[in-house]
Design a protein around this ligand. Structure first.
Ligand code: PLP
Length: 401
């Protein structure tokens, strides 16, 4: 196993993001393979008893067990860190494994977390239902409201947790303000960047401490595997996250890591093209008088903030019809776009959050999080945007619009 120039940070850290996405973190075996090798192994063997003892004692570099480290995972972790501009990264089995690990590794009974109201359903579930069982207090805020973050701080506040843009209301959080506020009070900001990815938004540049991912989504990009990632300072990853991760075991499969590693090579292309397609489709719906939730549109109240933080506005947006019946009628009338609750895929997918991803919050929870009964969320893919527009046009007509 040879470290190529792709592993020497003094060389790779100079490369631009598009180059990192294709080459960052590459290792090569003595075969000189061009595509990254897949290491499906749980264990390792050693030349001597002294060698393995030295590795376990941290005196020699090398792998000891795939719950701790694996070459396919190491390549992906290095690549994500380089794309993110982070000192370090560790991957996990799913996005939720990443979120749970990023939060629980640093929270204890008696601590307090402040979280955004609009969030992926399971992110709200762990804050609302899991953490209280372990004595971790929470305050939920409208994450768009900078003053609400400040007002929520208590002496025991340890973590701010939010996504931007947020699922499925597309709320945008002021990264510079909220992360700056956290840092000035000794609070750790954890940003779920699954919607935008490093291709469109890099929260560390705005002062975030930790960036967490569902790589299942746009990073992987073709709806094949689940994976998560957490990026941060070497100190946070090594001293806070790793002891928790190694011993609790939310470890990713090398196969899944390898699929994401290959997906990252086209992330920039996909993120930009799918954003452009989403903009065309959103403008069509807007022109038809549909109520749009998309910060990419100039009429959105947070358009300027989103434009400051994001390179493009992403491939996901929501829109609101009259009620659940009309939303279902539109979904059922689609001929090209699939009914699916997944996102980030190169295929266009639509879902009704209130009855699927945000169903377990109940009607009151949904009202608080802004998830309306008539809301549909659209993941815009890589199809010809004119075909997507024609499909939406005929589906709107069948839904009585
Ligand atoms: C999908 C998603 C998650 C959870 O990721 P999984 O890979 O499905 O576990 C977390 N946050 C956001 C914003 C997501 O879209």
């Amino acid at each position: 196993m040879k470290r190529t120039t792709g592993q020497d940070r003094s060389v790779t850290s100079k490369w631009r993001p598009a180059t990192q996405a294709v080459r960052g973190g590459t290792w090569r075996s003595e075969q000189g393979e061009t595509s990254e090798a897949l290491f499906l192994t749980s264990g390792y063997s050693y030349d001597s008893a002294e060698e393995v003892a030295a590795r376990f004692q941290g005196e020699a570099v090398g792998m000891v067990y795939s719950r701790f480290q694996n070459p396919s995972l190491a390549m992906l972790e290095e690549r994500i860190a380089l794309m993110e501009g982070a000192e370090s990264c560790r991957v996990q089995a799913s996005g939720m494994a990443a979120m749970t690990t990023a939060l629980l590794c640093q929270l204890s009974a008696g601590d307090h977390i402040v979280a955004g109201r609009a969030a992926f359903g399971s992110c709200r579930w762990i804050v609302d239902n899991l953490f209280p069982r372990f004595g971790i207090e929470k305050t939920i805020v409208d994450a768009r409201d900078n003053q609400a973050w400040e007002a929520a701080i208590r002496p025991n506040t340890k973590v701010f947790f939010f996504e931007t843009p947020a699922n499925p209301t597309m709320d945008v959080v002021d990264l510079e303000y909220v992360c700056g506020l956290a840092r000035s009070r000794g609070i750790v900001s954890v940003v779920d960047n699954a919607f935008a990815t490093a291709a469109l938004q890099r929260p560390l540049e705005f002062g975030a401490d930790v960036v967490a991912y569902s790589a299942t989504k746009l990073m992987e990009g073709q709806g094949r595997v689940l994976l998560g990632a957490v990026c941060g300072s070497a100190e946070f990853i090594n001293d806070v996250l790793l002891p928790f991760q190694r011993n609790t075991g939310p470890v990713a499969s090398p196969f899944n890591a390898w699929v994401v590693l290959k997906g990252l090579e086209t992330l920039g292309l996909r993120a930009h093209k799918q954003s452009e397609n989403a903009m065309l489709v959103a403008k069509f719906l807007d022109g038809r008088g549909v109520r749009m939730l998309f910060p990419g549109l100039p009429g959105h109240p947070q358009h300027n903030l989103a434009a400051r933080q994001m390179d493009k506005f992403g491939n996901i947006f929501s829109f609101v019809l009259k009620d659940r019946a009309q939303a279902f009628a539109m979904l059922n009338a689609m001929e090209l776009i699939d009914i699916s609750n997944n996102i980030g895929d190169s295929k266009s997918l639509a879902c009704h959050p209130a009855s699927t991803t945000h169903n377990n919050m109940g009607p009151e929870g949904r009202a608080e999080a802004g998830v309306e009964e008539g809301m549909l969320r659209l993941n815009v893919g890589l199809e010809d945007p004119d075909d997507l527009i024609e499909d939406l046009d005929q589906a709107l007509a069948k839904a009585g619009l």
